[in-house]
Design a protein around this ligand. Structure first.
Ligand SMILES: NC(=O)c1ccc[n+]([C@@H]2O[C@H](COP(=O)([O-])OP(=O)(O)OC[C@H]3O[C@@H](n4cnc5c(N)ncnc54)[C@H](OP(=O)(O)O)[C@@H]3O)[C@@H](O)[C@H]2O)c1
Length: 254
């Protein structure tokens, strides 16, 4: 982090994967609502530039923090830093993730380990490291970005879908535990979004705007909604997809 102590950061948002298209838009909402921000990611210099822009947008303070999800020490280090820096209640957005192409993964199955470690292993480790801090403070919002892909895993997106299914699985019991300390956990489940992650992908589906998704997620977080599909129609699409019998679902080409 650029400064060791941040006493002014009450009710701050700590954003992990802060360079992501979705997280950048979310941070702008936090800034507009005068929330202090801690931006965590791999490229701190890049985040410093974002931080200057967010201050211009009314964030009262922005700090940056190095965070590489694949570093096994990262979750504990992040928790230690936030514990020292944020004496009051704080909120967290976990937005980092990698997609990976199924063809590349099948050519090099070791990539599956990296994707699952990032999207599920590191995100769950971070949630577990931050949970006791938020419980001690008796409040706060934890927002985790999953995906509709985790609702029913497709063969063409097997590793990413499995990673988001694992992440969603961990959110249920953690939400119940955190609720006892007045901490809410919102699991975001976007459909395809127009961000760097989907750049160049040939898809039949239209891409939703990351700015619209962030606005919707900001509102969902304020009221502690447990699960938020975006666009909302995905709740019903995924309900139908989950109800399809296995032999039918696995014959579908998508
Ligand atoms: N785009 C979609 O269609 C879509 C749909 C549903 C859900 N989501 C989810 O939405 C979230 C945000 O994705 P996005 O669409 O905004 O994509 P994005 O712009 O590609 O962002 C991905 C983010 O993950 C970070 N990241 C990747 N590996 C990391 C690591 N080892 N350590 C720390 N950070 C790491 C990247 O950091 P660097 O800048 O350092 O690479 C970047 O900030 C992800 O969880 C994604 O799975 C996306």
């Amino acid at each position: 982090m650029s400064e060791p102590s941040l006493p002014a950061l009450d009710d701050a948002w700590a954003i992990f994967g802060a360079s992501s298209g979705l997280a950048r838009e979310f941070a702008r909402h936090a800034a507009r609502h005068n929330r202090p921000l801690i931006l965590a990611g791999r490229d701190v210099e890049d985040l410093e530039l974002d931080g200057r822009d967010l201050v211009l947008r009314a964030a009262p303070a922005v700090r940056t923090m190095k965070f590489d999800a694949l570093d096994p020490a990262a979750a504990a280090q992040a928790a230690g830093t936030l514990d020292a820096a944020l004496p009051g209640r704080f909120n967290v957005l976990i937005a980092f993730g990698v997609l990976g192409s199924q063809a590349e993964i099948e050519a090099d199955p070791a990539l599956a380990q990296e994707i699952i470690s990032t999207n599920a292993g590191a995100a769950i480790a971070l949630m577990l490291a931050l949970a006791p801090l938020m419980e001690r403070r008796q409040g706060g919002r934890l927002v985790v970005v999953g995906s509709v892909a985790g609702d029913r895993v497709r063969a063409s997106n097997l590793v990413y879908g499995a990673s988001k299914a694992a992440l969603a699985g961990a959110c249920g019991p953690l939400r119940a535990r955190l609720a006892r300390s007045n901490v809410t956990l919102t699991l975001s489940k976007p459909g395809p979004l127009d961000t760097a992650m989907t750049f160049g992908l040939a898809r039949g589906l239209p891409l939703a705007s990351a700015a619209d998704c962030a606005r919707d997620l900001w509102q969902a977080a304020q009221t502690g909604k447990p699960v938020r599909y975006f666009p909302a129609i995905w709740r019903w699409i995924m309900l139908v997809i989950r109800l399809l019998p296995g032999p039918v679902f696995h014959r579908l080409k998508f």
